[in-house]
Ligand binder design. Sequence first.
Ligand SMILES: [Zn+2]
Length: 87
Amino acid sequence: MFRTIKRYFRKGEFDCDDVADHSSDYIDNDLKEDKRSAFLAHLSNCGPCQAFVGTLSSTIGALGRLPGVNVPSALKQSLLDRMHRGN
Ligand SMILES: [Zn+2]
């Protein structure tokens, strides 16, 4: 997402929107080192994001452990969207 990239380069740190945008990559272990640090730095200071990533990761983890189940990215995205809106 272009807006996110510009914001990331401007401040060098993640805000809550950035965390939501990158959390599925983080859970898939697919973040580059610098983004991963920024992600974790935000997480360590933000309770709501910790709860968000924890819930998302256990949901996706539980689905991913079922044999033959490949969590569709559309499902991940809808979870992200719903959680980020705070219902
Ligand atoms: Zn946050």
